[in-house]
Structures are given as C-alpha cells and as structure tokens.
Design a protein around this ligand. Sequence first.
Ligand code: SF4
Length: 174
Amino acid sequence: MKFRTAGAVRHSAVNGPGIRYVLFFQGCPHHCRACQNPETWDPHAGRVSDTEDIIADILSTRYLDGVTLSGGDPLWQPEAARCIAQAVREKGLNVWAYTGWTWEEILAGRAGQAREVLPYLDVLVDGPFVLAKKDGTAVWRGSSNQRLIDVQASLAAGRMILLESDTHSPISYD
Ligand code: SF4
C-alpha cells in the first residue's frame, strides 16, 4: 500500500520507552501553533513509500523494543498506519502513535477512519500541541493536555485508561 512519509529514525530513545523505530508520516490537518515539524503538514509533500517496504525495514532493524508512528499525523493515513502497526505488533514489537486528535474525537468518528487503527496500538499520545500548555517536564509529550493512553486496557474496559509515564503501569482515568 502506498502512502506518504516524511522520514524515519531507526533507533530512537526519545519517542517512547526503549529503543524505537520512529516513522514520520507526511500530512497533518491540525496546524498547531509552534509545531516543531510544520514541513510535515502538506499531505502532498514528503515521499511516496510502500507499507511492505517499511514493514520489512522495521523487522530487519536490530535491537528494537518498539515502533512509534509520528508525523505529521499518522492517523490521517489510517489504512497505512493500521497495516504497519498490525504487522509489527504481530512480531512482538509494541506500538505507540502520536496524533493531534483527542481520544474522544477518534471514538466519536470525528477523525475519519482513525478508530480502526486503535486495536493495533499499545499507547496513543493524543491531542494537539498547545503552546500555552507546553511542559518541558512532561514525559514523551510536548504539552500537558496530551495524554499517554493505554489503548488495549482502554478498549477492554470501555473507558479511557492512562499510562503512568514513569512506571508504564496503567492507572484509571475517569
Ligand atoms: S499534531 Fe503534531 S505534527 Fe500536527 S501540527 Fe500539531 S504538533 Fe505539528
């Protein structure tokens, strides 16, 4: 499946726990003020990639703990995000994704087909970057409105459950 990417980092230690392959999707509709990657906004820019090639590259990369789908907004190309997340998760890699949509927007269907990616994610970092809520102490997120969501626990419970960022243990969120 063809889709657009902005780039990739094969070994990253700053986009989730452990050593992670970070794939930057091209295209983002959110246009957050002070976004650090505005070159990823244009859905027609970047390069055309193939999901099978990306999956093969990830699975041939050694010493990985997981994969992080970033951008841009990976959930703006939900079919490719789902395809990659499903394939690498089946091989034992945990999958994180960053999105500018909130969990509630995704579940309400206001993010296109993004909801179909959720069954293949371990953690979703949700919501836009909000400059007024920029928080340099927040782990793995840029502003305090963004949440680290334990996706599998949330889907099983039928309510959002956050991941406690320093221990990775799930905590209830009501
Ligand atoms: S969602 Fe992320 S990539 Fe998109 S504009 Fe906001 S900060 Fe930038």
